[in-house]
Design a protein. Structure first.
Ligand code: SF4
Length: 702
């Protein structure tokens, strides 16, 4: 509408979990985007991706109209086709034969409707999300320790800390504005120490006093040793441990078994004893310590245990719930946390409720339905396994490109090719996944969507539209509500605005909660449409006790477990299988600074492509020489799953025995660059998160 294109509006960047505020305006002359000085996440800062947002608003390549069986059509026909297709499969094979696969790109309102449709009305928990690929181990670790999927602290804690530990995180590239804040804080407080724990020497190490280039997959040993160390030097917070935690003896026993001494830790981790001892001493000396962790910790077969090993240390030393102290999960996607709030994960219900009989009953009464799923559904990789096995016969994929981003991506693509009904909602017309669709639904994109997201510090922010969707594109919540009505669920899906969805979501968070679940935004349930539109960023919980939001959780030492105590979890520090065990190199997949996911929105922007113009493989000089690979040459990287081509980068910062390859490139951008085709679908047994950093591969000259 003309009003929408008048702008500027205050909205949020869609490219990472920092969730920076931007001021954006659109019109016939193009869009303009600036950092929002009033947003607490960034106070006006932007990174290269955020600064290029206006360049990504190119309607070329957009999916503009619904497509059924290869023919463009109108919405009524397409929605009828989706509803008829789902109904036919359910009638023939039951609800377990249909599934939704969602994305941290969806807004919370979209996610809420998706989860309600599947778990509340179709009666199956066959819904999962690409957030499983980045955050599931952190979620599982939080739940084991705190009794809830709750990030204790806030961005400002790192600025107030005397020691910041970055574990498995290249924040300089993946969470750049948070990293800029850390750089500024370090400048203001030269006594602040920064330690980076990462097998690679990344851009983040430029800020580090110490870089611990540990062997891949040995994080748990390092953190177990850090649990033992303060115990032996009498540096445990005895009062905090006694009053607010449980499980310390069991956790210590397990830690001692894998990390009996500093020299044993050093040997296991491929570090020197002096490096390990210096890190432990720095941790013990600084009460105000924040450990920020990300995919390098989570994306492992032992991801949940690695998270637990970090949380154990923070709990044992009382470094939690205080200004400048705490473990801090850096969320990958802009709304990975919002999706978790509404049950986007197959093993969770909406409003952070577990799949317990009580919660199922509560949700059934709130939603006025009898069909609430009561068994966890398959997690992302397992969901696509079921498609490959023919058990799931209809899948609806939204705002994600699993034919590129899931492990064993070739198998995923083949499974979708054989699936009876594939529906894809996307803003982009041509991706590896849309190519497999029977029905394509044009979704509204960033700049057109209207709703909320939650960033890494639990801050709920509005995403506001400032341009009209092109063609026939529609918001995801609208599309799903219309399909739900066609399936006969009209009473549960009366929504005509995202505000209406948000009010219901907020009301559910407080429904029979009584403080049992920290995720409670019931103070926002009564927002009028105008108040919702004007909602300022606010950190949950936002309830009667905290009407202005909550910067820090657990500051009273009371956790969300039944007895209010946090739990230390015994961690056995087995090294994940595949990490360099067969003479191949360990394949570490990750991001480059200026691309986003599978490049469908950033790949055509010239200024973003300059930084890393083509797929590359970074190797240590010793490995490159041994394999006959020269810097700048083309390499073929292969294993028994497939192969990719990449440009060789000889890099002294690469740990010997490992190779780093970005995962962004796919069909339209590099014919043989889908590195996730080489990643085996090995999963963390607790979280179901794939081990995307521990495949093995053999590079050779091409
Ligand atoms: Fe966007 Fe993340 Fe960059 Fe902020 S740090 S501008 S949210 S990509």
């Amino acid at each position: 509408s003309e009003q929408r294109e008048a702008g500027p509006v205050r909205t949020t960047c869609p490219y990472c979990g920092v969730g920076c505020g931007v001021r954006a305006a659109g019109g016939p002359e193009g869009a303009a985007v600036q950092g929002d000085r009033r947003h607490p996440a960034n106070a006006g800062r932007l990174c290269s991706k955020g600064a290029a947002l206006a360049d990504t608003l190119d309607d070329r390549g957009r999916l503009l109209r619904p497509v059924v069986a290869g023919q463009e059509t109108d919405w009524d026909t397409a929605l009828d086709a989706v509803a008829d297709g789902l109904r036919t499969v359910i009638d023939r094979h039951g609800p377990e034969a249909v599934a939704l696969y969602c994305s941290g790109q969806l807004l919370t309102e979209d996610y809420y409707v998706a989860n309600k449709l599947v778990k509340g009305y179709l009666g199956t928990a066959n819904i999962d999300t690409n957030s499983r690929l980045c955050m599931a181990s952190a979620v599982a670790g939080h739940k084991r320790a705190f009794g809830a999927d709750a990030v204790p602290g806030a961005y400002a804690d790192a600025e107030e800390a005397d020691l910041v530990v970055l574990a498995g995180s290249n924040a300089a590239w993946t969470h750049p504005v948070w990293f800029q804040r850390l750089q500024a804080a370090r400048k203001a407080n030269p006594a602040m120490q920064v330690v980076v724990i990462d097998p690679r020497r990344t851009a983040t190490c430029e800020l580090a006093d110490r870089h611990l280039a540990l062997a891949p997959g040995t994080d748990a040993v390092l953190w177990n040793g850090l649990l033992v160390h303060p115990a032996e030097s009498d540096a445990f917070e005895a009062d905090f441990l006694r009053g607010h935690t449980g499980g310390v003896e069991e956790a210590l026993r397990a830690a001692r078994a894998s990390a009996p001494s500093i020299s044993a830790v050093a040997e296991a981790c491929g570090l020197s004893a002096a490096e390990v001892a210096a890190f432990y001493a720095a941790f013990a000396a600084n009460e105000r310590t924040v450990t920020a962790f990300s995919q390098g910790v989570n994306q492992s077969e032992r991801g949940t245990d690695q998270v637990s090993a970090i949380l154990n240390v923070h709990l044992a030393t009382g470094r939690i719930g205080r200004p400048g102290a705490g473990p801090f999960s850096l969320t990958g996607q802009p709304n990975a946390m919002g999706g978790r709030e509404v049950g986007g994960l197959a093993n969770q219900l909406a409003a952070h409720m577990e799949l317990t009989p009580d919660a199922v009953d509560r949700l059934a009464r709130f939603w006025e339905t009898e069909a609430v799923a009561d068994e966890p559904g398959p997690k992302a990789v397992e969901l696509f396994d079921r498609i490959a096995e023919g058990r799931i016969k209809a899948v609806w994929i939204m705002a994600t490109n699993p034919a590129v981003s899931l492990p064993d991506a070739d198998r995923v693509r083949a499974a979708l090719g054989d699936c009876e009904l594939v529906v894809v909602s996307d803003c982009v017309a041509r991706t590896d996944t849309t190519a497999t669709a029977d029905i394509l639904l044009p979704a509204a994109a960033w700049g057109e969507k209207d709703g909320t997201v939650t960033n890494s510090e639990r801050c709920i922010s509005r995403q506001r539209p400032f341009r009209a969707p092109p063609g026939e594109a529609r918001p995801d919540w609208w599309i799903m509500s219309r399909v739900a009505r066609r399936l006969g669920f009209g009473r549960g899906f009366p929504y005509e605005s995202p505000a209406a969805v948000f009010r219901e979501h907020a009301a559910l968070s407080g429904f029979e909660n009584h403080g049992a679940r920290p995720f409670d935004i019931s103070a926002l349930a009564g927002l009028s449409d105008a108040e919702y539109d004007a909602l300022e960023p606010v950190q949950w919980p936002v309830n009667a006790a905290n009407p202005r939001g909550t910067a820090r959780l657990f500051s009273d030492g009371v956790f969300a477990t039944a007895d209010g105590r946090a739990r230390l979890v015994p961690v056995e520090a087995e090294r994940p299988a595949g990490a360099g065990s067969d003479g191949s190199l360990v394949l570490n997949t990750g991001r480059v600074r200026d691309q986003w996911h599978t490049m469908t929105r950033t790949g055509d922007v010239a200024r973003l492509s300059e930084h890393s113009p083509e797929p590359y493989a970074a190797l240590h000089p010793e490995d490159a020489a041994a394999l006959g690979l020269a810097d700048g040459a083309l390499a073929r990287l292969a294993n028994d799953r497939g192969e990719v081509l990449a440009r060789v980068r000889v890099d002294v910062g690469q740990r010997p025995g490992s190779v780093f390859v970005p995962f962004h490139w796919s069909g339209p951008f590099a014919a043989r660059g889908r590195v996730d085709a080489l990643v085996a679908p090995r999963l963390d047994a607790v979280s179901g998160q794939p081990a995307s950093k521990h495949a093995t591969v053999l590079p050779e000259p091409f």
